[in-house]
Design a protein around this ligand. Structure first.
Ligand code: AMP
Length: 511
């Protein structure tokens, strides 16, 4: 059987080609038939441009139906898709194009001149074609695809053939291209579709960006495999979510989306009357948000955990207890081990390094065999770089990235433990704990704290926060420095950018 991911997804498309696939903000819909025909035309165009299976198609475009069709067309043509965040600037783009040497680069019209220049320098032997797609889904990409046939025989692919390369955020050193195969993506899509009990009449509220594993793979694949309609919104907007939730059954979001919905006093049970499932991931969901959401809506958010290098690894159960502050259990087909002190299996409650193995785990980093080797153990487990622990019932809790671990006076401090204590103080909205260089201790525990916009928030002081946590923590864990700020820097996926905090307050704290 053809293992092309498109063929796998299309096996779930509805029999009726007039069934809606993407519902746009203006109410227009793209049917499944539209998606099949448009992706056929674009796949025909990719082949006509001279790209062969395995060649790369890079896209730095906004989220539109045409952009999703380009991804599907790339799958159908057997080429390797490279979604790029529209926020990337010149030097980042330069690196991606030189590294991945695409044969086609689809860009936004406003960066056309730069795209031409970088494509010419990218060193692609047979040349890199540049086409445009604007934020309204128009441009030379569409013009080039239009003359091609509405039907296309999806190119046969094997399980290990590459489907996509996703660049990791690369906060230190060179950003690496994670190579994902048709088999990796199909395995994860099928697993999540089943684990989350997708149902015939599901409607997905899709407000995530589509250059990332969460929005492009987790959200789109499960909906397509289910033949479902998606409300396909360009970005998250709480008012739009309020308007669309009553007609939706499933929402996938980063924690910030749920925090923002809760800020609307009108958000509650009535808004969620048709909803079946809220899923959260990409960053930790605060227990407070989890609890408040349950109290306001009656829904228990299902938190899951994964990463670019393999899609989803764990999930809270669909049936059974969804435990706040945890990311649930390993998904079927994924093996997880947590390696504690001394390199042996971590005991219950002991924090260790999370390693994973499974058909969803990526093939390696593009053009970096040495780096790939370093990131896998001799027995084939991928070292995620995340730290975590099992509880007595085998729910997993993530404690943070190993590189965010603070080592002060030779002792390990897990930021999450301190953040949870500070977050629970009256007047605190949220916090982030990082290690900053310190002449005596190597690193000093430093808390960056966001105040609530109320009297309790205004009353917070740096010394007051230190005093409040002092009795509850071993001395070496007590923050040496506290900074009060209005907000934490976050990336598009809602992750706190601790590297920016370390830069902002280093080399030495401001006092
Ligand atoms: P990305 O590759 O951009 O998807 O980032 C993956 C990283 O996000 C993981 O390695 C974790 O550090 C973090 N992450 C994803 N989901 C969760 C979660 N539910 N809780 C805590 N961290 C998460």
């Amino acid at each position: 059987m053809n293992q092309n991911l498109y063929t796998v997804l299309a096996s779930g498309f509805p029999r009726d080609p007039a069934a809606p696939c993407l519902i746009l903000p203006d109410g227009r819909a793209w049917t499944y038939g539209d998606i099949e025909r448009a992706s056929a035309r674009m796949a025909g165009m990719i082949v006509a441009l001279g790209l062969k299976p395995g060649d790369r198609v890079a896209a730095q475009v906004e989220k539109t139906p045409e952009a999703l069709v380009l991804y599907l067309a790339s799958l159908r043509a057997g080429t390797v898709f490279l979604p790029l965040n529209p926020a990337y600037q010149r030097h980042e783009l330069e690196h991606f194009l030189k590294d991945a040497t695409p044969g086609l680069f689809v860009c936004r019209p406003q960066v056309r001149a730069l795209a031409d220049e970088l494509a010419a320098q990218a060193g692609v032997a047979s040349g890199c074609t540049v086409l445009e797609l604007d934020d309204a889904g128009r441009g030379s990409l569409i013009e080039a695809a239009t003359p091609h046939a509405d039907e296309f025989a999806t190119v046969a692919r094997e399980k290990d053939d590459l489907a996509a390369i996703l660049y990791t955020s690369g906060t230190t050193g060179r950003s690496k291209g994670a190579m994902l195969s048709h088999g990796n993506l199909a395995h994860n899509a099928r697993t999540l579709h089943e684990y989350w009990h997708f149902q015939p009449n599901d409607v997905l509220l899709h407000m995530l960006p589509t250059f990332h594993v969460h929005g492009l793979f987790v959200a789109c694949h499960t909906a397509l495999l289910n033949g479902s309609a998606m409300f396909f919104e360009p970005k998250f907007d709480a008012a739009r979510a309020m308007a669309l939730l009553p007609a939706s059954t499933v929402m996938m979001g980063v924690p910030t989306y749920y925090v923002r919905l809760l800020l609307d006093p009108g958000f509650g049970r009535d808004t969620c009357r048709r909803m079946r499932l809220f899923i959260s991931g990409s960053a930790p969901l605060l227990k407070e948000t989890f609890d408040e959401f349950k109290a306001r809506t009656g829904h228990t958010i299902l938190e899951r955990y994964g990463m670019t290098e393999g899609g989803m690894f764990t999930s809270n159960p669909y049936e059974g207890e969804r435990r706040g502050g945890t990311v649930g259990f390993p998904l079927p087909g994924t093996t997880i081990r947590i390696v504690g002190a001394g390199g042996t299996a971590a005991k219950t409650g002991e924090i260790g390094a999370i390693q994973v193995k499974g058909d969803n785990v990526f093939l390696g980093y593009w053009g970096m065999p040495e780096k790939t080797k370093e990131e896998f153990t001799a027995d084939g487990f991928f070292k995620t770089g995340d730290m975590g622990s099992w509880d007595a019932e085998f729910y997993i809790t993530i404690s943070g990235r190993s590189k965010d671990l603070v080592i002060t006076g030779g002792l390990n401090v897990y930021p999450k433990e301190i953040e949870e204590l500070i977050d629970a103080l009256p007047g605190v909205a949220e916090s982030a704990v990082v290690g900053l260089p310190h002449p005596d201790f190597g690193e000093a525990v430093t808390a960056v704290v966001v105040r609530q916009k109320n009297a309790e928030g205004r009353a917070l002081t740096e010394a007051g926060i230190i005093a409040a946590v002092k009795d509850r923590l071993a001395n070496f864990k007590v923050p040496k420095w506290v900074y009060l700020v209005d907000e934490l820097p976050r990336n598009a996926m809602g992750k706190v950018q601790k590297n920016l905090l370390r830069q902002e307050y280093s080399p030495m704290p401001k006092r």
